[in-house]
Design a protein around this ligand. Sequence first.
Ligand code: SF4
Ligand code: SF4
Length: 451
Amino acid sequence: MSKLDRRKFIKGMGLSLALPSVAVAGTYGKNYDPGGPGTIKAAEVERYRKELPSYFYKRIPAHRKNFIGTTQLGDNVVQFEDARTHAFAEFFMHGTNRDYTGKWGQAVKKAMDDRAKLTATFTDEQKEDAAWGGAITAASDQWHVNLGPGRWESIGIKANKLVLPAGEMTAKIKKVAKWFGADLVGVCEITEDLRPFFYKTGRTWGSLRGAPKAERIVDNGRDIPWPYPYKYAIMIGKMEGIYGLKTNVGPMNNATVATECSDDDIYPRYLESTIRSLGYDAKAQSMNGTDDFNMIPLAVQAGLGELGRMGMLVTPYGAHVRLSAVTTNMPLLADDPIDFGLQEFCKTCKKCAENCPSKAINDETEPEMIGGVVRYQLDPVKCMTQRATTGCASCAAVCPFTKPDNILHSAGRIMGRNPLGAKLLKSMDDLFYGVQPTPRALTSDLAPWKL
Ligand code: SF4
Ligand code: SF4
């Protein structure tokens, strides 16, 4: 079987672009130096708070009956059956197979047609932007291809265990995770109430795996055992570059999301190998198809944030976060979930719904019971079609919590915790940033390919 033929898939999707024939004019000679140590991304990270003051949020008990953190559940939560029916997997499987049947096949076809129409209007500069953005995104996605199930060789579990009290071990492993580069780390215990969020069948091909020409991909899936063989999940959050994301759609937005997404393949594997080298079983979980569960409920349980209207995790630092995990039997202490008032705030805010270009996010005030979870309706077909056409993370970009750290934003985060304050915070956000915030322009301090 050949490796992923993603280039052909992208070409088939109409996403590839001829490079403009005119080179960028300039006087950048052979000794051009883009600067000393540090990157644009690193500069963005510096703008974040390093610690979350306890007055930003309150801790609430874990594993309350009919709750995951602040998200209410019904008595019968519908279990996630098959990771192969996940929107992302369906979309890319249909695309790679050139299968334009059914709702996902039609969504792929629509994205190809819309993309072709859009690119026909591009200037030379926009073509070059799209070429760079597409290349960086492809470079990032290649990690998903090469680290899919069965591709990664885990380090052996060392016979000599490092034995420490659970509290001390947890503190140290969290610090090591941050040292490797994780931005947020929390631990949750994998208990029976989390069973519905584990798939029964996992993917084997990953979301972007290719197949020989003219041969359809068949993903036979893999059983995910229950009782689950690991007791804890260490949940890892990586913050996406805030300003690249705030281009809302397009090549820089796509590249920003994709690189953090592929970083999510790397960080849990650092941690997996570290834990196994310390004598404990561990398994990296990331979105390349090795994930055994939906990350969001476990991240909520581990205290990283709350479930937002747009169906993603919103942290007190913002919604521009990618999730991965390591499951392990290392003795750890689980964290408690947090409540920073998001459930009430989302009822007032609706900013993600108002700014979603495909109208995929419901704008009703109250959430509803969907599959046993109280949340807002989201149309995954509309969302995936938009993302494949233009690249999109507008919902995360415009969320009032997606802000760098300063005294005003800190005050806003506290204010938004009660219904009256929520209204005021929404009005202030609309006043300063607009009901529909203007996307950031693709300037050289955002896009690494711009000089
Ligand atoms: S990613 Fe874009 S299309 Fe999808 S829900 Fe968010 S705003 Fe809408
Ligand atoms: S944009 Fe507003 S409504 Fe949407 S998730 Fe963020 S806080 Fe909630």
